[in-house]
Design a protein around this ligand. Sequence first.
Ligand code: NAI
Length: 319
Amino acid sequence: MPPISFEGRVAIVTGAGGGIGRTHALEIARRGGAVVVNDLGGDVAGREGSASMAEAVVAEILAAGGRAVASHDSVTTREGAEGIVATALEAFGGVDVLVNNAGNMRNAFLAELSDEDWDSLIATHLTGSFNMTRAVWPHMQARKYGRIVFTSSSSGMFGIAIQGGYAAGKAGAFGLMNVAAIEGEPHGILCNAIMPNAFGRMAIQCMKDWGQEVRGVESMPPVVGNSMDPSYNAPLVAYLASEACTSNRAVYSQCLGRIARVFVGVGEGWQAQRQTPPTVEEIAAHWDEINDLERGYTTPASPHDELALVMQTGEVPAH
Ligand code: NAI
């Protein structure tokens, strides 16, 4: 396998002033890519702003002989996203890679989640990913090349209490990735998503909000090793962001060093007759069959794909 290189490529990593995003930026820069290190700065909730976070990562990259520039715009507005892309164009003349990583966390049970917190979570995780994707799109399209990595989450894909807004934003980012991947492929723009894991300030905040004792990573079982370090997520992102990767429209989980594809599947289900809708009683009678996953599943690539797959089954209705 030849080494994966970003020589001649320009990458934007949002939320790269700390945590997981910082490790994405360092990995791409170490492999020759010029990086826009974007970060609003601020606390885990996404409040307050400090330029020093992005500046510190840029200093780290420059000290190692790499190329990087800082950006402090917020992904939550169209103007902010366009400002981040303008920074890439001015500093490095284009953009080949976007890593949508910026995120915040505000936990509360659904009935207690405020409008402000809901709006902030959706604005950062979902609208932020959309703003950034839309802003890089014409530049990638013009080059007929692009790699976009979205950051989803097991909270969004699997569900978890007290993270309604966060999970909705993360599941939304997955839905957005699906469409970007389909629309981008003809233009050489490939899009995928990751579900990362790391022990950082988000994990600490979760422990506090769940009422757990806050303990350090060193208190984890020995089997975890160093695999909760944020840097465990960067190689997967760098691969998905590279020319070597030809996968499109997929989601990958990075969990304690186990990297695996996550998918949405449809079971075999139960087929009603196709001349009149089924009755509610028929649904009840076939509930076990409808829920059964043991007989196998399909993973449709689009709504048309699902229609075509189901069309192959069932009897032709009598006229
Ligand atoms: P973090 O809080 O250390 O990093 C997120 C960064 O995004 C911060 O530096 C923050 O200043 C920046 N940011 C927040 N709002 C922004 C905005 N509007 N514009 C630009 N930058 C903004 O968190 P961590 O753990 O590094 O998370 C990185 C990404 O991975 C996030 O999207 C998070 O939701 C996601 N994630 C993290 C997991 C974990 O286990 N840590 C699990 C699943 C997903």
